[in-house]
Design a protein around this ligand. Structure first.
Ligand code: CIR
Length: 259
């Protein structure tokens, strides 16, 4: 049985008009298109509704140009909503206005020295991998592990120091139990021999962030190798075109909190 129960709800936030002022490592010359981004966002929300989820989309909040990447401020596990504190100062505070919408989940606050982004937290079928990155530190890992153990005492939670991509899930996710898909840009010494690892070609690297939602696998559009890999393990694979969010280092998982 998978660690995560089936999802019935999702929380999202519309991108703000100033979303191009968010953080990005991209050196691209073409800025994100504000007319296209909300349309891609709405297509994504509808795709989650088509999976049967009750999707709540909150209005944009211009105080936080990265605020629509709602995956990062919380990690949800059963009745627990762990409130993250990002290693990126500009992203701290995004979670405050989400709290009221996560009721009746039990909200746990991190200790002061903890740094963590939800994008670094990968729930696999039988374990949780936590990327140690520019956004997530050892104290964040320890605090999250303690919180997850308050829900399931024997849960396996492992630290994965890595470089080469923004978040762990930017470069590594689980397609099926013990089948991982990876961006070759991700560098880690963490031992992945417990799983089969499918490496994408570099030009499709950003498609390593796949999003399982019940019986559906969402993958980045226009990535044939990722689509084929997903189709080999899942009969319902849905491509999503998120080109404008990719320009801001966003992947498929980052636009929603699923629970
Ligand atoms: C950031 O750098 O924080 C945002 N521009 C992108 C966050 C993407 N989040 C995610 O992959 N979980």
């Amino acid at each position: 049985m998978h660690l995560l129960p089936p999802f019935s709800r999702a929380l999202m936030r519309q991108p703000a008009r100033n979303f191009a002022a968010g953080l990005t490592t991209s050196k691209r010359q073409d800025p994100p298109d504000f007319d296209l981004a909300p349309r891609q966002h709405e297509t994504y929300a509808q795709a989650l509704r088509d999976c049967g989820l009750d999707v709540k989309v909150l209005p944009a909040d211009e105080r936080f140009p990265d605020g629509h990447f709602v995956e990062d401020p919380f990690v949800i596990f059963r009745d627990l909503a762990f409130h993250c504190r990002s290693g990126a100062p500009s992203r701290r505070g995004e979670g405050e206005s989400l709290k009221a919408h996560l009721s009746p989940l039990r909200i746990v606050e991190p200790p002061r020295d903890a740094r963590i982004d939800g994008g670094d937290v990968l729930f696999c079928a039988d374990r949780v991998l936590v990327g140690i990155s520019a956004r997530t530190n050892g104290a964040g890992f320890e605090a999250l592990r303690k919180a997850l153990r308050s829900v399931k005492a024997d849960i396996l939670v492992e630290p994965v120091p890595f470089t080469g991509v923004l978040h762990l899930k930017s470069g590594l996710t689980e397609l099926a139990p013990q089948v991982l898909i990876r961006d070759p840009a991700l560098q880690t010494d963490y031992d992945l021999t417990w799983a089969e690892v499918i490496d994408l070609p570099p030009e499709e690297g950003y498609a390593a962030d796949v999003m399982p939602v019940n019986d559906t696998l969402f993958v980045a559009a226009n990535c044939p190798r990722a689509f084929a890999a997903a189709s080999s393990v899942c009969s319902r694979v849905v491509p999503l075109d998120l080109s404008e969010f990719v320009k801001m280092d966003g992947g498929v998982t980052c636009l929603s909190l699923r629970y």
